[in-house]
Each structure stands twice: as structure tokens, then as C-alpha cells.
Design a protein around this ligand. Structure first.
Ligand code: XMP
Length: 531
């Protein structure tokens, strides 16, 4: 299968470049700019894309275009810093400005060329260092009012540079530019589709697992579900899935998981009803970290027992996805990766020495979803919002009891139903911080939807009146956020009418709740979950 290698020079949008290439149906992988050449070349790329980055080419120690890229003779597209590094490497001159600014600009095409559509129009420019003299063989391809060389190219050598960002949505022709580069110029065949992804993963899993047995823990989350369904497609009866109902899932979820896997997909699923066990272990516990510890520990013990009962298969399925493993030279990635692991702990027993089967290791979330749909998983699973491992325990503030969980579940179901009816259960678009932030001037965008939205039960009682009766009951808080990466988040500006409907329904339909509040705190300083 054809592929494109993307070298990351520390860009905030390197992953977006990789996604755009894959949207053009060509497989792409990201590498730090200084990755060992043999690792990058092992991909056998049909071309290279050099990302942007914060440096200036004349800075001491500034990242350089690796020699193997130029020696390969393959097509190259440099974006922003990538364009300057390419210019510098090939003997052109770059004028340093040491400050980068971003903004809209209109691209004027100077020379007919295979990269830029004649009607490219608006682009998201990065105004920073600029090209003073193109390298020998290169000619300016496009300009903007402020940049005499907004794109350049050596058409014979199929090497190009653009000062703007084709990977962001604010360059409407960007996807087409990337498609032209990878498909027309690099001649990569566009065959990276959900079907081909499934086909390849299936082959890879079969090769890894052979005739052996595989175990999988399904939680109902998108990644573990798709990974399990894929491994089932690959090895069928060799797979045993385990689902532990800990009594901490949202309304209807345990049933959806069991029915989906058993009835629709025909997976051998061991459904363990551990509700009472978890309730006993959590009785009297109010400290959030203590709840997490107890739940994590209990899960491991139950899973170990299950593994033993099915004869300790040597392989374990894990739903790791590409953004979790991708190495990047962007400084905030390392930190991002660390925070993630924190949330992933409390998962599966480490001391059990399984060999991991990770069929989603090279997939972005949207690809995971496309594969899930193609494998026949229902929308409730494919489009499910992230849900914390400790489940409703960290949304049931104070003590976790079956009665309080029932209240929380009923309120939460109303939140989900109303947001779903309003079409706000998913994020629309894929905005990213930094260069892909929405332009401040944009008017009347549709409501962005929510990345996570749920009810929280507070152990706070307040006085109310219902009919002619005084009430003294608990409070439900509604939490709904927009975010791209869950590291920072903003509270969703939900329509007041919608909040009113949710509030009325909760107070009328959920016994024991007489007040509803809306959480208007962003992260930071708050977190998304209340515990
Ligand atoms: P916070 O509350 O830290 O949440 O802003 C960020 C994201 O992580 C999820 N989350 C967890 N996931 N185990 C998990 O698997 C946990 O203990 C946990 N705590 C928070 C949260 O739902 C949000 O998506």
C-alpha cells in the first residue's frame, strides 16, 4: 500500500496533516524530523511532507531537512517552516522575521502548476520568516498581498513549498491541495479506505495471533469495542471478550454492549455481573481517588479470575490508537502523552504478561469510527462520548449507593436524550488550538455540539416547593463541554430553552431531586469531571 511520510518540525498541526493525507485515502505516518532514516524509509513512502514548526532556519540547532529526503529524489512538500527549511537546504535565502503571525489571505496564482488549484482563493497564512531568494530551479508559484512568495516549486523535481497551512479548515482548498500533492504528484494510489483498513488489520492480527487464543476486555467505549470487533473478524472463536458490569455505567449501556457483541457480532462474550461486589467495595467511600483505586483494583481482580477461567490466553486486545502512540517533536506532545497514561492506568493487570494485540495502533479516532461502522457496531457505541473508567462513581459526589446511582442515571438519561434531540451530542468540525482556532471574525457559526455532556449528582440538599409541599432534596449539576483534546475545555453555550427543558424534566421525572444547576466553569481551572 502506498504511503506518505510526514516529518514533524514541531508543528501544532502535524497530526492534522497526517489526517488530511488519509482523507485523501493515502496512508500517512508522522515521524519526528530527526527520526532515524531507516525507520522512515521502512515505510517506503511515495513522497515527503515537511511540517511547520516554531524555529527559524538560521537559529543555532534549528531542525534541518534530512539528507535522505533530498537524496531519495521523491516529491517533497514543505509547509511553512518546512518550506523555509527546504529553501535553506537547497541553497535559497530565507529572511528571518522571528515572529510568526497567522491570518487569512487571498492567494494569487502566478504560474499554472499541479499543486495549487487556479481558484485556491482564501488561505490561512503564516506570516513569519519569508523566502528572499528561491533555490536554483525553483520559481514562485503564488503570492498574497503581503507575501511575494507564498508558494514556490521546482516543477521538474516535484518539490514544493507553501507559506500557508493547507491542513487547516481555514484554507478551504487545503484538502484538494493535499490530495493533489499525494495522489497527482506523488502518484500514491488512494486505497486507504475503511474496507482496506479492515482487510489489513485482519491480516496483521491473524499473523500475530496464529492459532492461539485471545482475550479482550470490552468497556463499551469506542476504542475497545472496535478493537474487539476487528480481532473477532480476524480470529473468530479464538477470541473471548469479557464485559464487567460494575453497576457504574449509564442507563441502558450494559445491555447495549452485551446485545451488540453477543447477538449482532456473534462474539463469545462473558458478561460478569459484578454490581453488588462493586457496591459493597464502595460503601461509605467518598474520597474521589479512593473510589478510583477501589474500582481499578476490583476490576483487575475480576478480570484475572475470568482470564484464569478461560485458560489464560496468551494475547490481550488493547484499543490503543495512533494519537496515543505518535511521537512528535512538538513540545506539548510529551506532556500530553503523560497525562493520558495517568488516565489509562487502573486498566488491565500488568503482571499477567499478555502479549498485546493493538489493531488500532495506526488509526485516528475518525478512522476508528469509520471502521466500527463498517464492522456493524451501532451508533450508540461508535459515537459514544468518552466515559471515565470509574464511571458514574466519579459523577456521584459523596457516597455511591444504588439509590443515588439510580437518581443520577435517570437525570443523566434526560440530559443525553435532550442533547441528542437537539443534535448536540457530538462535536461538529474538528477545530484545533493554535493555528486552526476559529477566526475571531466568524459570524453565526452553528452551535459546536458537545464533546462530553452528562449529569452530576451533588450531595447538597436545598429547600424547594412542589405542589404545596416543602421539599428538601439533592441537586443535579449539568456538565457539558466543548474541547478538541480534553486537556483544556470550555463550557458549552447550550441554548437556554434546552437547559430549561432539561431542568424541568429532571425535577419532574427524577424523585429526590428538586434543583438543577449548570456548570459554567472552563478547564482549567476546573476539570471536566467533578471528581
Ligand atoms: P478531567 O476531569 O481530568 O477529564 O478534565 C479529562 C478526560 O478524562 C476522562 N477521565 C477519566 N478517564 N479514568 C478514565 O479512564 C479516569 O479516572 C478519568 N478521569 C477523567 C474524562 O471523562 C475526560 O474525558
Amino acid at each position: 500500500m502506498d504511503s506518505i511520510a510526514i516529518l514533524d518540525f514541531g508543528s501544532q498541526t502535524a497530526q492534522l496533516i497526517a489526517r488530511r493525507v488519509r482523507e485523501a485515502r493515502v496512508y500517512s505516518e508522522l515521524f519526528p524530523w530527526d527520526a532515524p532514516p531507516e525507520r522512515v524509509l521502512a515505510l517506503r513512502p511515495k513522497g515527503f511532507i515537511l511540517s511547520g514548526g516554531p524555529a527559524s532556519v538560521y537559529d543555532p540547532g534549528a531542525p534541518q531537512v534530512p539528507a535522505y529526503v533530498l537524496e531519495s529524489g521523491l516529491p517533497v512538500l514543505g509547509i511553512c517552516y518546512g518550506m523555509q527549511a527546504l529553501t535553506h537546504a537547497l541553497g535559497g535565502k530565507v529572511a528571518a522575521a522571528h515572529k510568526r503571525e497567522y491570518g487569512h489571505a487571498r492567494l494569487q496564482i502566478l504560474v499554472d502548476n499541479p499543486l495549487l488549484p487556479p481558484d485556491t482563493g482564501q488561505v490561512w497564512m503564516s506570516h513569519g520568516d519569508r523566502i528572499e531568494t528561491p533555490p536554483p530551479g525553483f520559481i514562485p508559484l503564488a503570492r498574497t498581498d503581503n507575501a511575494p512568495i507564498a508558494a514556490l516549486g521546482d516543477l521538474a523535481a516535484a518539490r514544493f513549498g507553501v507559506q500557508f497551512h493547507p491542513e487547516v479548515r481555514h484554507t478551504p482548498a487545503g484538502a484538494e491541495i493535499i490530495r493533489r500533492f499525494v495522489v497527482d504528484i506523488c502518484a500514491a494510489s488512494p486505497d486507504w479506505t475503511p474496507e482496506s483498513i479492515i482487510e489489513q488489520s485482519v491480516a496483521r492480527v491473524r499473523e500475530q495471533v496464529g492459532e492461539q487464543r485471545v482475550l479482550s476486555a470490552v468497556s463499551g467505549g469506542v476504542d475497545s469495542s472496535v478493537a474487539t470487533a476487528l480481532v473477532h473478524r480476524a480470529v473468530g472463536e479464538q477470541l473471548t471478550a469479557v464485559f464487567v458490569d460494575n453497576g457504574l455505567m449509564r442507563a441502558g449501556e450494559p445491555l447495549t454492549v452485551v446485545e451488540t457483541f453477543r447477538q449482532h457480532l456473534g462474539v463469545q462474550l462473558r458478561a460478569v455481573n459484578a454490581v453488588e461486589e462493586f457496591m459493597e467495595a464502595l460503601a461509605g467511600v467518598t474520597d474521589p481517588e479512593e473510589k478510583r483505586r477501589i474500582i481499578g483494583e476490583k476490576f483487575i481482580r475480576i478480570f484475572e479470575t475470568q482470564a484464569r477461567e478461560v485458560g489464560m490466553p496468551p494475547f490481550l486486545v488493547q484499543g490503543t490508537i495512533y494519537p496515543d502512540v505518535v511521537e512528535s517533536s512538538a513540545p506539548d506532545r510529551a506532556q500530553a502523552a503523560r497525562i493520558k497514561t495517568h488516565h489509562n492506568v487502573g486498566g488491565l493487570p500488568e503482571e499477567m504478561h499478555f502479549e498485546l494485540v493493538e489493531p488500532l495502533r495506526y488509526l485516528f479516532k475518525d478512522e476508528v469510527r469509520a471502521v466500527g461502522e463498517r464492522l456493524g457496531l451501532p451508533p450508540q457505541i461508535v459515537w459514544r462520548q468518552p466515559f471515565p473508567g470509574p464511571g458514574l462513581a466519579v459523577r456521584c459526589l459523596g457516597e455511591v449507593t444504588p439509590e443515588r446511582l439510580a437518581k443520577l442515571r435517570a437525570a443523566d438519561r434526560i440530559v443525553t436524550e435532550e442533547l441528542s434531540a437537539a443534535g448536540l451530542l457530538r462535536m461538529t468540525g474538528d477545530r484545533r488550538p493554535g493555528t486552526d482556532a476559529p477566526p475571531p471574525s466568524s459570524v453565526s457559526r452553528p452551535p459546536p455540539g458537545t464533546a462530553q455532556s452528562f449529569a452530576v449528582l451533588l450531595p447538597v440538599r436545598s429547600v424547594g416547593v412542589m405542589g404545596d409541599e416543602r421539599t428538601y432534596q439533592e441537586t443535579v449539576a449539568i456538565r457539558a463541554v466543548t474541547t478538541d483534546d480534553f486537556m483544556t475545555a470550555d463550557w458549552a453555550r447550550l441554548p437556554h430553552d434546552l437547559l430549561a427543558r432539561i431542568s424541568t424534566r429532571i425535577v419532574n421525572e427524577v424523585p429526590g431531586v428538586n434543583r438543577v444547576v449548570y456548570d459554567i466553569t472552563s478547564k482549567p481551572p476546573a476539570t471536566i469531571e467533578w471528581e
